[in-house]
Design a protein around this ligand. Structure first.
Ligand SMILES: [Zn+2]
Length: 57
């Protein structure tokens, strides 16, 4: 994913939709950007993987 594709997705999932946590890091949550996917996880158990269009996989 390039920056243009990532930006709106990042903005959408910056805050965990489940618990509202915005922290990324150890034991808090993570954001992983790969070639075709964006993965956001949170300590509350929330996890989502979306493609470059922001569509959930
Ligand atoms: Zn959460």
């Amino acid at each position: 994913m390039n920056l243009i594709e990532v930006m709106p997705i990042m903005k959408k999932y910056e805050k965990c939709p489940k618990c509202g946590n915005t922290k990324i890091g150890k034991r808090q949550g993570s954001i992983r950007i790969e070639e075709d996917t964006f993965t956001r996880t949170c300590k509350c158990g929330f996890k989502i993987i979306v493609d470059e269009n922001g569509k959930e996989i």
